[in-house]
Design a protein around this ligand. Structure first.
Ligand SMILES: Cc1cc2nc3c(=O)[nH]c(=O)nc-3n(C[C@H](O)[C@H](O)[C@H](O)COP(=O)(O)O)c2cc1C
Length: 250
């Protein structure tokens, strides 16, 4: 195995950080690595807003459901899908409205995600820890107002960045056969794979130290999925927020 693959397989989310700041040149190196990611038709339809101001981080932490690690991490990067810059680019030639549909919305979202994952890997290669924060979509309008995002820009997720002050266990993943199929989708065996994974995650959750599901003897992956995705509509406000922000989702 080479160093890159070793680094990837060693990933774990970090939710406790030292107060050590991240030098601007390191941060720029991380963002340049993000920009090197593949991007649909070279559209580069994303923007990253770096937040270091303690008061703004505090507000973001609150908007994301009181996630303390946002305050603790020296830098919080907000990854935005950005069709505003495509509007500006196309208007250089003809002052027309952007021809939008759900595909264009996906392009911005996918581009932001690929770039963010490049940044995450670059940061980890420099010894920093990261955790993605989808919690900012709990209140996307609040985040949009706080960061003064214009129409056609929306916050996809945040990324906390900093020197780790914890060493959590690796979180086990599904068996390879549950995610890797050959030629066609293999329907058999999935239930068994999930049951096997439940056994592994039961042990993981029971042994896990600290917050979250730490020390929970009763839970397992399928139960966590059931609790999270089968009761109530997750972030049901997003459609109205996105259309209000100018995105067309048809
Ligand atoms: C898009 C996205 C959003 C996430 N949002 C949160 C979040 O709001 N808070 C949090 O503590 N972790 C968040 N996570 C981290 C996941 O919980 C974590 O990646 C997953 O449980 C696997 O654990 P690992 O990263 O340690 O391997 C998020 C991850 C992703 C990819």
């Amino acid at each position: 195995m080479n160093e890159t693959i070793q680094l990837l397989k060693n990933h774990r989310s970090i939710r406790k950080y030292k107060s050590t700041p991240i030098p601007e040149e390191k941060l720029e190196e991380i963002i340049l690595a993000a920009q090197a990611a593949s991007t649909s038709s070279n559209i580069q339809a994303y923007t990253i807003v770096a937040v270091t101001d303690p008061e703004r981080k505090r507000k973001l932490a609150e908007l994301a459901g009181n996630q303390q690690h946002i305050i603790e991490s020296p830098v919080f990067l907000v990854w935005c899908a950005d069709l505003n810059k495509i509007t500006v680019a196309t208007n250089l030639h003809e002052d027309t409205e952007l021809h939008q549909n759900v595909e264009l919305f996906l392009l911005g979202t996918i581009d932001a995600t690929l770039a963010a994952q490049n940044a995450a890997i670059a940061a980890e290669s420099l010894g920093y820890g990261i955790v993605y924060i989808g919690g900012i979509r709990n209140n996307p309008q609040g985040v949009t107002d706080l960061l003064e995002l214009p129409p056609l820009v929306y916050p996809v997720f945040g990324l906390s960045l900093g020197v780790p002050d914890q060493e959590p266990d690796l979180r086990p993943r599904l068996p390879l056969t549950a995610v890797y199929h050959k030629e066609v989708y293999k329907k058999e065996g999935l239930k068994e794979d999930i049951e096997a994974y439940d056994e592994i995650t039961r042990g993981y959750y029971a042994a896990r130290k600290g917050g979250g599901k730490g020390g929970d003897q009763a839970t397992k992956w399928s139960l966590e999925m059931q609790k999270r995705f089968s009761s109530g509509r997750l972030r049901g406000h997003l459609h109205d927020f996105l259309t209000g922000q100018g995105f067309r989702l048809k």
